[in-house]
Design a binder for this molecule. Sequence first.
Ligand SMILES: CC(C)(COP(=O)(O)OP(=O)(O)OC[C@H]1O[C@@H](n2cnc3c(N)ncnc32)[C@H](O)[C@@H]1O)[C@@H](O)C(=O)NCCC(=O)NCCS
Ligand SMILES: Nc1ncnc2c1ncn2[C@@H]1O[C@H](COP(=O)(O)OP(=O)(O)OP(=O)(O)O)[C@@H](O)[C@H]1O
Length: 194
Amino acid sequence: MKTIGITGGIGSGKSVVSALLELYGIPVYIADEESKRLTQSSPVIRKGLIELFDESIYTGEGLDKRRLASLIFGNPQMLKAVNSLIHPEVYKDYLQWTESKNTELCALESAILFESGFDKLADYTVMVYAPEEIRIQRAMNRDNSSRTDVTNRIKNQLPDEIKRDKSDFVILNDGIQALIPQVESLLKQIRPTL
Ligand SMILES: CC(C)(COP(=O)(O)OP(=O)(O)OC[C@H]1O[C@@H](n2cnc3c(N)ncnc32)[C@H](O)[C@@H]1O)[C@@H](O)C(=O)NCCC(=O)NCCS
Ligand SMILES: Nc1ncnc2c1ncn2[C@@H]1O[C@H](COP(=O)(O)OP(=O)(O)OP(=O)(O)O)[C@@H](O)[C@H]1O
């Protein structure tokens, strides 16, 4: 099975590209979503987060995501500790997921594909790119968050130029260029029989 790694900074439009890939029959593992599920279900993550912070990091409704975000995105050491706890569990979960899929081609979406080392699981890497100001506006609107919340996350992600250099393909999602032809072109290059 071949894997497409999809990355791009916050608000670039990875989820939109992933939804298109799904429409072409390509299963996509969305690391953000699965890591959220694992923060609820994995005893290893729960224990680790409680040790790093305290019991109140979990409330009756599950992980206090807003609080965790406020504790890690301005504190590189704490972010590193949380990443080191969560990413190995996501990695294991991803391997199980691929085993359950009987497909020639799948995709792995992560904003921090290169930062986390998950790019090593990918045969092809694709960056979804949009100019930073557009990304900030999209993320603020989508999450009802402040500019500072969004830029604090951007500061903890690889700069766009580096992501672009590391990626095999770039999809431009600036709201002007149409996405479907770009996704089709990508798939034609990866899967010429499409
Ligand atoms: C801190 C948490 C609870 C905040 O949850 P929230 O619902 O606000 O954000 P969500 O998970 O949907 O992420 C939104 C975006 O934030 C950015 N982001 C999230 N985690 C990280 C990270 N570790 N490093 C840099 N950017 C990140 C990404 O662009 C992501 O798409 C959550 O982001 C988290 O648990 N992050 C650590 C785990 C992780 O690295 N997840 C990313 C993929 S494995
Ligand atoms: N071309 C576009 N035109 C208008 N809105 C868009 C476009 N692409 C994405 N959006 C919107 O911008 C927001 C961010 O897009 P999306 O959630 O796909 O980003 P993402 O890269 O997955 O972000 P994150 O890293 O935060 O998960 C969403 O609300 C989405 O609907």
